[in-house]
Design a binder for this molecule. Structure first.
Ligand code: S3P
Length: 453
């Protein structure tokens, strides 16, 4: 197979047409919950124990940032449990150097909320992808609370920020449905006197609300007649170190799930997958497409619902995905588009404007990648229409798909290659380590053919 030489530092990879997948796996811990656990533990008094923490680069950067702010953060190598000794709300220290959040929008945006509540100066940055992403959506509400920022043009990293001596509580209506913005305001509100309120136009993942309560904060949630929610947090609580069990990440599980569905005869079991209803939109959508996904042992652990899943190879058909489902599957559209490419008939996805400001412009990256694999696709301003092939799509050519420092684009097109007639090459598999360390080993262990191009 010929390929274009990868640029320096890139790890090109090939996915070859594969047969049925089989086995039982537990994908790594949930990324959203892992970031929040480290940050809330750092803002608590006493020791927190975190089991099942995602040890991906994004979360390890958050751990390093919390350490730089004075929290003690250690992994017990014997048990794999992470222990954090926090410094209390408002008790973090000024970092001696720049805080580098690598590829992680969640890491930097939530940390901005944490830093807002400390009367200290900090400089924040990240990799080329993160330095291109909009931060004004966080600077706006935190600025109203009294934080001062200096950022690059367009509200881009690197930026400097200075928390005020007294933070003001605000009521803020989110212009976009974003759990990151909501969470940053709530984390900042911990240090403000009185009540901080966030109104979200559509419900988004509520891991912050659940975990704030778990650490001892008073959080009230009111459903609004508009379909949105108002979240009110009472400021200046004493948070106490707590135990957190991190369930498996549904956004990572999405890749083996779709791979198993697309490869006839597959029988895959996934354990302890987080089933928070604000994260399970992909499973609902795949079931509407005809997917055989059984949800077993639904239970609650550490304040989050989780279940074991059994996935069997299925014949999928195209669907219209309602735009109001976007917040519950916002990170899953790239892999859904791969499922849609193999399904019979047309799939229409709408309300996808936010995909343009993720680790890459995911709408453009998915449309370009699918077209390169011989799939008819139409990219709208905030929509994607995929003409399913109803079988194996043609697949790649000798040009590698550009993954643009985006882990989910990389994994989506590797899954695509398993289900195509010809192999699919990607230019760089390295970003996969930000969210799903061990992805390649886990997939090959299930029977997927992945390897060096
Ligand atoms: C996340 C929220 C989402 C999601 C991201 C994780 C979180 O981002 O895309 O991967 O943990 O709060 P937005 O808040 O920008 O939608």
């Amino acid at each position: 197979m010929s390929s274009v030489a990868p640029a320096e530092g890139q790890q090109g990879m090939a996915a070859l047409p594969s047969e049925a997948l089989a086995g039982t796996v537990r994908v790594p811990g949930d990324k959203s919950i892992s970031h929040r656990a480290l940050m809330l533990a750092a803002l608590s008094v006493g020791e927190s124990r975190i089991e099942g923490l995602l040890e991906g680069e994004d979360v390890l950067n958050t751990a390093a940032a919390m350490r730089a702010l004075g929290a003690e953060v250690e992994k017990d190598p014997a048990t794999g449990v992470w222990h954090v000794w926090g410094r209390g709300v408002g008790g973090l220290q000024e970092p001696a150097d720049l805080l580098d959040f690598g590829n992680s929008g969640t890491g930097v945006r939530l940390a901005m909320g944490v830093l807002a509540g400390q009367p200290i100066h900090a400089i924040l940055s990240g990799d080329a992808s993160l330095r291109g992403r909009p931060m004004a959506r966080i600077m706006m509400p935190l600025g109203q609370m009294g934080v001062r920022f200096q950022a690059r043009a367009g509200g881009r990293l690197p930026m400097a920020m200075q928390g005020p001596d007294v933070l003001l509580p605000i009521e803020y209506k989110l212009p976009v449905a974003s759990a990151q913005v909501k969470s940053a305001i709530l984390l900042a509100g911990l240090a403000a006197p009185g009540e901080t309120r966030v109104i979200e136009p559509q419900p988004t993942r509520d891991h912050s609300e659940r975990m704030l309560r778990h650490f001892g904060a008073n959080v009230a949630v009111e459903a609004l007649s508009s379909g949105g929610r108002r979240i009110a947090l009472v400021g200046q609580p004493e948070l106490s170190g707590s135990g957190v069990t991190v369930p498996a990440d549904p956004s990572s599980a999405a890749f083996p799930i779709v791979a198993a569905l697309l490869l006839p005869g597959s029988d895959l079991r996934l354990s302890e997958v987080c089933m928070n209803p604000h994260r399970s939109g992909l499973i609902t959508t795949l079931q509407e497409m005809g997917a055989d996904i059984a949800i077993e042992n639904l239970r609650e652990e550490g304040g989050e619902p989780m279940a074991d899943l059994r996935v069997r190879g299925s014949r999928l058909h195209g669907v219209e995905v309602p735009p109001d489902r976007a917040p519950s599957m916002i990170d899953e559209y790239p892999i859904l588009a791969v499922a849609a490419a193999c399904a019979k008939g047309i799939t229409v996805m709408q309300g996808l404007g936010e995909l343009r400001v993720k680790e890459s412009d995911r709408l453009a990256a998915v449309a370009k990648g699918l077209a390169a694999c011989g799939v008819a696709v139409e990219e709208g301003k905030d929509s994607l229409t995929v003409q399913g092939t109803g079988g194996r799509p043609p697949g790649g050519n000798s040009t590698a798909i550009e993954t643009e420092l985006d882990h989910r684009i990389a994994m989506s097109f590797l899954v695509m290659g398993l289900a195509c007639e010809r192999p699919v090459l990607i230019d760089d598999a390295a970003p996969i380590a930000t969210s799903f360390p061990g992805f390649v080993g886990m997939m090959t262990g299930l029977g997927a053919k992945l390897g060096k191009p």
